[in-house]
Design a protein around this ligand. Structure first.
Ligand code: AMP
Ligand code: MG
Length: 428
């Protein structure tokens, strides 16, 4: 048998990042830069006003106070976007708006609040320093300097600096094309009626949601019968374009109903492995086809699928997309113990709360069966129980792999604490 860590290592050893693509900025959000980006321009591009006010030469209003104001003739208005090449005239002012270019020779802006606001002859009641209320050209970013380095994830602020610098395209990786295939004679797509003995496919929609939430482009390649020929043909078709293929079902023992395992055994670098984990023991992974596309063949039970995604597929997707990744776990106190099989790393569905000291606390939710999607949907996370532990005692500590965004979990816990006044064991 293979440990979780060994299997993950074997998977990651076979993965290299997909080549970077040139992406328009409008589609770059969420991707990771493949190379440094330098700014072709200064930012700000030109000296401009930080305030609505009057552009002046500071020394021409030196010593001015409310008691000893100075009146300057106003040469005109400069709104934002004004493209005229304007210059200062001695002992004059321009009325200027926020973001408008400061005229050549003017070196400060007096805020409108420190004047009488007159459009033709302005009375100024306060002196300013050179540079006051002026955003200098290049004070933020110098032309030719690196604004974002390779490996940076492009979030909203990074989009803003790229747009400001006029960078319309970037070389980036990150949005992978993920194909999800569900296998099983019993499966019917949701929205279609199920006959006797049939069930709706839930792994397909769940895997698509997981891949999309991880920032990728996921499509459902279809529902395949337990038929070796059909499965082979469909997988081969997707090897031509996918960055990653994920199948579910059909891998337990390799008998006549485990068509995925039968058909892929010996193909490419495919290996079928029994991993010391619960749930999710039967795992398959390998590179297939001329493009050496990574293929995960996950077990069929929905809880096993989710656990396998979190433990193996998510880190593999990150590696493939050239992203840095580390699973985040939360330390928690066990409020209500449970047992764990000998020699297998267990991923136990739990709900989170807080104990009286404010630390995270967990209790099991739903039953242990890996077909129980109702309970799965109520879980905040998976408690990770090491292989050697068989009894997870009340009061002991576990690490929890969150299944929902941390901010959302925190908000729920805070709301609960407000409602109950404590938060401990009040949930559910
Ligand atoms: P298998 O590994 O194909 O024997 O599947 C194990 C269990 O998972 C069976 O109860 C299947 O019906 C169920 N299963 C397999 N694929 C799916 C799916 N896509 N959606 C929901 N349940 C599934
Ligand atoms: Mg099956």
């Amino acid at each position: 048998m293979t440990s979780v860590a060994e299997h993950l290592e074997a998977v990651l050893a076979q993965i290299s990042p997909v080549p970077a693509r040139t992406v328009p900025l409008s589609r770059a959000h969420g991707l990771v830069l493949a190379e440094d980006v330098t700014s072709p321009v200064d930012l700000p591009r030109f000296a401009n006003s930080a305030m609505d006010g009057y552009a002046v030469r500071a020394r021409e209003i030196a010593g001015v106070t409310p008691e000893e104001p100075r009146v300057l003739p106003v040469l005109g208005d400069i709104p934002a976007g004004d493209g005229r090449a304007l210059t200062h005239r001695d002992f004059h002012a321009w009325r200027i708006l926020t973001g408008a270019p400061v005229p050549d020779g003017a070196d400060a802006v007096v805020r409108v609040e420190d004047t009488d606001g007159h459009p033709r002859e302005v009375m100024i009641t306060r002196a300013v320093e050179v540079g006051a209320n002026v955003r200098a050209a290049g004070e933020d970013v110098r032309a030719g300097s690196v604004i974002l380095s390779a490996g940076t994830r492009i979030g909203p602020a990074q989009v803003a600096v790229l747009a400001s610098a006029g960078v319309a395209e970037v070389r980036a990786t990150g949005q992978l094309s993920v194909v999800v295939l569900s296998t099983g004679d019993e499966l019917v797509p949701v929205g279609e009626p199920v006959g006797p003995g049939q069930i709706h496919d839930s792994n397909g929609p769940m895997l698509i949601a997981l891949a999309r939430a991880a920032g990728h482009f996921a499509v459902h390649g279809g529902h395949l019968p337990d038929d070796e020929k059909a499965i082979k043909a469909e997988i081969e078709h997707h090897l031509g374009h996918a960055d990653l293929v994920i199948t579910s079902g059909g891998v337990s023992k390799g008998g006549s109903y485990d068509a995925v395992k039968s058909v892929l055994t010996g193909a490419g670098s495919m290996e079928f492995t029994e991993v010391d984990m619960q749930p999710g023991k039967p795992q398959g992974f390998g590179l297939l086809g001329r493009r050496k596309v990574p293929v995960f063949t996950l077990p069929g039970n929905p809880v096993s699928v989710l656990v396998s995604f979190e433990v193996f597929v998510r880190p593999a997707l990150a590696a493939l997309a050239g992203q840095r990744y580390e699973a985040v776990t939360l330390p928690a106190v066990v409020l209500e113990g449970w047992s764990s099989p000998e020699g297998r790393q267990q991923y136990h569905r739990v709900r989170l709360s807080r104990d009286t000291s404010g630390a995270y606390a967990v209790a099991p939710v739903g039953g242990p069966g890996s077909h129980l999607v109702g309970g799965l949907a109520l879980a905040d996370g998976l408690a990770v129980v090491p292989a050697e532990v068989t009894d997870v005692a009340t009061g002991s500590r576990v690490s929890v792999l969150p299944l929902r965004p941390l901010g959302e979990i925190e908000a729920d816990l805070a709301q609960e604490q407000d409602r109950t006044g404590s938060g401990q064991q009040e949930r559910g």
